[in-house]
Structures are given as C-alpha cells and as structure tokens.
Design a protein. Structure first.
Length: 510
C-alpha cells in the first residue's frame, strides 16, 4: 500500500496544525482532570489510613514557646547536667474509704514473749500498728424467708388473721428487688449479657436460666417505664435546651439468624436550667419520625449534629438549631498531617481552639456573664475565621477532605454561631456523645438486642442509670429501693421516685 502524499498547500497544513493543537489542549485538560482525581483519591486514602491507624485522641500537643521567651538558663553554655531530668513521681496510695466496714483481726505475741529480755519485768502494751488490706467476698446467694404468723380463734366463728405479704414488682417471681437491681446493673451498666450472668450465678450454686432472666428484665422495664415518662415530661421537655444524639444498634430480625439496624436516640439536659436528666428512646430506624414524635411541641434550643432529619423541627420556628463545634473541629483533625493541606487544617483548629480557650475562661461564670464574655471575645474570632474560610474555599480542590471540612463549617455557620444566643448553651454536643459510650461498650458485649421490644426495655433502664450517674447516685442503691417501693407507690407521689428527687428525699431521711 502506497503512503498517502503530504498536502502541499498552506491552508491544508494550517488546518492540520490547528487540529493537532486542539488535540494537545484536550489532552492537557484531560491530564489535569486526571491529576486532580488522583490527588482526591490519595487524600481519601490518607484519610482512611489515618482513621484506621492514626491518633484517635483529638488533643493537640502544646506549642513550643517562642525563642524570645527562653529563660536565662537556656542561654547558659554549660547548663546543669540534670536540668531536663525530672524526678520520677512516686505514686501515693490513697487511703481506703471510711465507709467500708472494718473486720478486725488481732495478732498478738506469745505469752512467754511478754517479758523483758533484759530485766524480766512484764511488758505493757503501748500502742497498736494497723495494716489495712482491701478484701472482697464473691457473689453470695441466700434465701430470704418472710415469715408471717397466722392467728385463729378456737371458737371457729371468725376467719384466721395474717399480715398480707407485701406487693412485689414480679408478684409470682422468686427474685427480691436486690437481685433484680443486681441483674439490671450487671447488664446495662457493667454490660454483662444475660447468658454470662446465668453462667456466673451457676458458679456460685444458683441456677437461673437466661429465659428467666430475660423475663425479669422485661417485667422490671415495664414497671419502671412510668418513672421515665414522668421524667421526660416533668424535666426534660421543660428545659430551655436539649442535647440530642443517636447511635445504631443491632437488633435480631424476625428472620432467624439475621440482624437489622435499630436506633437509640439520646435526649439530655445538663441541669443548667432545671434537674439534669437523660432519656433514651429506641426506634427501629433513623427516620425523622423518631425525634418528631418524641419532642412533640417542645420549644427551645436543640444542640445536635447536622443530621438532615432534624430540619423539619427547625422549620416550625419553635426550636432553634445549635451546632456542635466539636464536630466542626473534628473534620479538620481527621485530615492526615502528611497531606499538603495539613497547614490549613492546623490553622482552622487554631481558630476553633481560641473559642475553646474562651469557654475555659467562662466555665464557672454565671450564665449572664458568660453570655457577655462570649459576645465580646468570641464574636470577633468567629468573624475573622469565616473570612478565612471563604478565602480558602477558592484555593482547595473540590471533594477533598479539606474542601468538605471548610464547606461543613460554612454550610452550618448560623447553627455553629447560635451558642452565643444564651449563656446557658454549650459550645458543643459532647455531653450527649458521652452518653453514647455506654451503648457502644454494651454493643461490643451483647452484640444485639433480641427484638425491638428489647431495645425499648434497654432505653428505659439506660435512662434511669444514666440519670443516676449525672447525680452521683449508685444505680444499684436506687434501683433496689425503687423496685421495692414501686408496687405500692401512689401515682400522685410518683415524682418522689425520679432520681434527682429520690436523692434529696433519701438524704433528708438519713
């Protein structure tokens, strides 16, 4: 086949040259797009590797002081050899708590040793040296016999008389309120699944099947539910602000051997304008119906993450969205320090860090003074930070982690600034996030709830235990007493069993 002859006319050559230039430009654009895509993928890969193997704590190392702030010793050409060495601190053992009972064991020398080796006189006891050791006894079961005497007359004309047995939460069950409280705390505070509790009880000579334990948990949760409902309406929904968060939980599906995802919502007030309390609410999914139904006609501030399901609540005008600066900061913290955008991430965290410095300053202030300090000190920082974000937005590649972090801050700017509206508001939603931790630990141990009903039981008992912890109440003491009193407690006095009221009433009775 003969080669095609090259064109000789100038017009044809110019057309060919223009076509080649267009192809070169097209390849340049395609190459640049490919380069950007590769950089974005590398950013995502670095981000994922950081999440898997990087530092989990969000604490940043303290900055080294400026060279101008060095002490005179730093300029000494012959500093002491041990200048940078610190004496290792010897840990001090804390004394054993006074409230623990003391079992006295006396150790005396032999009678023949109670005479002086020098003169033979009888020795006199001059003092005692006491060594205190911490001990414990293993779980111990015992049978509590309630003996009720029955009386009758020899005439046979009147019915026998006997004091009626006291009402119990589980009327026909064999468990006392003490044992029930132990089971509930084991499961929902110490995260010990029921099958493990059953094995543990068997080791100490008492066989209680897992099915029986499950029934007891169900009956206790049903009995305790009115207390949680009263706490919800009497304290939680009356607070000026609520912290809200949610977490997924695995639930055994009707199909044998399969699980589905349910949701536990956390609603919490920290006590800044009323009693502190936490109420959990189980829902079979993460739909917006959950918070809508739970909050009803609530009016106030809602501090939460940027979940779109809350948007319908804010549209009503009754609820004001308050963002979480911890979430905003975390977006930058998660950017790998090896990327070229690490410097920008550090600058953003420096801005947010200044806001937290102000919070540390006003932590113990009255909320009115906190409000004015924030307006005076935090507002200028926020204005400067927003200008910086808008400027950097045009200099970073789209869809990269740094671009997404900047966009998150700008998209939720109004909500993030709303904590300035009232001195009782928090800068972040960390208190609700801390209330998720018990759920996360329990999830690793019991793996899943047996049913949607099991999720509801857990929500009820978690609510009481978490509220007890907010008020420094031992959950076991509370549950044991409440389960004892609940069967005979009048509805008009149900408020006495709310954890924060129970603490006051119990303390005054001592």
């Amino acid at each position: 086949m003969k080669n095609k002859p090259l064109p000789n006319d100038v017009v044809t050559l110019q057309a060919l040259l223009k076509q080649q230039q267009e192809q070169i430009e097209f390849l340049k654009v395609a190459f640049e797009e490919q380069r950007k895509q590769n950089e974005q993928l590398q950013q995502k890969l670095d981000h994922l590797l950081h999440l898997l193997y990087g530092q989990s704590s969000e604490k940043r190392p303290k900055k080294k002081s400026d060279s101008s702030e060095k002490s005179d010793d730093d300029n000494d050409p012959h500093p002491p050899a041990d200048k940078n060495k610190r004496e290792p601190k010897k840990p001090k053992r804390k004394p054993l708590p006074d409230h623990l009972p003391r079992i006295r064991e006396e150790y005396d020398i032999a009678e023949e040793d109670k005479t002086c080796n020098a003169c033979g006189k009888e020795l006199k006891k001059i003092s005692e040296e006491i060594q205190e050791l911490l001990d414990c006894a293993p779980l111990k079961f015992f049978v509590r016999q309630r003996v009720h005497f029955k009386y009758a007359c020899s005439c046979g004309k009147c019915a026998p008389k006997i004091m009626p047995f006291p009402a119990r939460v589980i009327e026909k069950g064999m468990a006392t309120s003490g044992l029930l409280a132990e089971i509930l705390v084991n499961k929902y505070e110490d995260h010990l699944p029921l099958y493990r509790q059953s094995k543990r009880f068997a080791r100490f000579g008492t066989v209680i099947s897992r099915a029986t334990l499950c029934d007891w948990v169900r009956l206790c949760a049903n009995a305790l539910e009115p207390i949680v409902e009263k706490m919800k309406y009497d304290a939680l929904l009356r607070a000026i602000k609520l912290h809200v968060d949610d977490t997924p939980v695995s639930v055994l599906a009707p199909d044998k051997g399969k699980t589905k995802l349910g949701r536990l919502w956390i609603y919490q007030t920290d006590g800044s304008d009323g009693p502190a309390c936490t109420v959990y609410d189980y829902m079979p999914n993460r739909g917006q119906k959950g918070p809508i139904d739970f909050l009803g006609n609530y009016s106030g501030f809602l501090q939460a993450d940027a979940y779109a399901g809350y948007d319908v609540l804010y549209k009503s005008g009754r609820i004001t969205e308050v963002g979480c600066w911890s979430h905003a900061r975390r977006k930058f913290f998660e950017i790998d320090k090896k990327t070229k955008y690490a410097g920008l991430a550090n600058t953003a965290m420096d801005f947010i860090g200044k806001l937290y410095e102000i919070e540390r300053m006003c932590k113990d202030m009255e909320y009115q003074k906190r409000y004015y300090l924030r307006k005076q000190s935090a507002k200028p920082i926020l204005k400067k930070y927003r200008r910086w974000l808008l400027k950097q937005q045009h200099h970073v590649l789209p869809k990269t982690p740094i671009a997404q972090a900047i966009q998150y801050n700008l998209n939720h700017w109004r909500a993030l600034n709303n904590y300035l509206a009232d001195g009782r508001l928090s800068i972040d939603n960390n208190s609700a996030e801390r209330s998720i931790r018990p759920i996360a630990v329990g999830r690793k141990n019991h793996l899943f709830f047996g049913s949607d009903e099991g999720g509801k039981w857990a929500a009820i008992i978690y609510s009481l235990i978490e509220t007890c912890k907010q008020h420094a109440i031992n959950p076991y003491d509370y549950l044991k007493d409440v389960l004892t009193r609940l069967p005979t407690q009048l509805n008009s006095k149900l408020h006495e069993l709310l954890p924060y009221n129970w603490k006051v009433i119990t303390a005054s009775a001592l």
